[in-house]
Design a protein around this ligand. Sequence first.
Ligand SMILES: [Zn+2]
Length: 448
Amino acid sequence: MNRFDAHIEENKGRYFDELCTLLRQPSIAAQGIGIEETAMLVARRLERLGAQVEIFRMPGAAPVVYGSIGNGARTLLVYDHYDVQPPEPLDLWHSPPFEPTLRDGKLYARGVADNKGNLMLRIQAIESWLATQGDLPCRINFLVEGEEEIGSVNLESFCQSHPELLRADGCLWETGGVNALEQPTIACGAKGICYVELVVHGAAYDLHSANATMVPNPAWRLVWALATLKAPDERVLIPGFYDRVRPPSEADMAALARIPLDDDALLADFGIPQFLGGMRGIERLKAHLFNPTCTICGLVAGYVGEGSKTVLPSEARAKIDFRLVPDMDPADVVTALRQHLDAHGFDDIAIIEYGHEKPGRSDPDSHVVQAMTTAIRATYHKEPVIYPTMAGTGPVYPVCTAVGTPMASGCGTGYQGSQVHAPDENIRLDDYWMAMRCMGAFIQAFAA
Ligand SMILES: [Zn+2]
């Protein structure tokens, strides 16, 4: 693999420019900005690699880019996404989100860590492989979607109608990188999600707040309704919410025990004195990976500008996400939420649904995890830390679990300071080249 590494070294300038071209193209799924253009950029890049590319279009959906390259006894599915989170709040960025900027060895841009960097480095690793090692030793199928950041809303139906495109001996998941202790990680599953917005209406228009004596305030109704959802001890109060939660198995707990703890580094990074309820160590990790959540992500009503404005708002809105663990079903959560609100006298509160994803888990002893372990040892000269699942969400269920393809994350450029989804999203450039070398070692180990 020396020639492979040397090829990366020689092409760093071009590879960097190519990554920046992709980063300069906005692709904000939530705002419908630049999706088509970015899908075409990705499709053209895969074609330049030599892949057979097909673009799947469904009404109202972002194009799915599918590219196949190589042949061999095994097939690897690579799942990535070309869409990014909205860049707001813009004033907290130290350089514009869609003008990739290098500062102190870190490349700043929206999407550089999640997920355009990983997508590009995997493609570039294959280019370096083809230039130095000959044909690929396995078939590699790229599935690149454009709606991951809005809950992969159309991917499940795509997956259901194209199971033959998903079947593989293993799937390389979009995420990867090192944890707060600089150890490379592998994750074998993802939580599900159920994202809703609650909307309360009051008067026909915003009123002078003197009318609060006689006109209901939707902001108060929303606050009262929200207060029924979760207790101060963090327990979700929606009846039946925990009914289908599968407790961690003995194997899961054994896997947790092997994960080095990074409580103090995390506390320092987050800038908080302690975790919820004073949790620490394995208790904190167990809650993080195996507990479902109910989170107020946004709350808007009335006047939120500078200074005071005495107003009685006509509308109040809250955005809420529920992170789900096996075997919870997002459709059940919405039904239970509706019943709960009705039972508490909040039948006037509307629920807008923004997308569902089921939780997905895969076998931590699968070939794809073993191949990733081999690749990480060979490149990072460190033992990988294997997480039974991520705390985050992704379409593991439709892409992998539903068709029986085992998955592993890895070959990614993330680190604890990546500021994913936040202003100043960034990667360390050294991690990028390391992950690219890891991808070469992974292809070799996966095919073997
Ligand atoms: Zn993301």
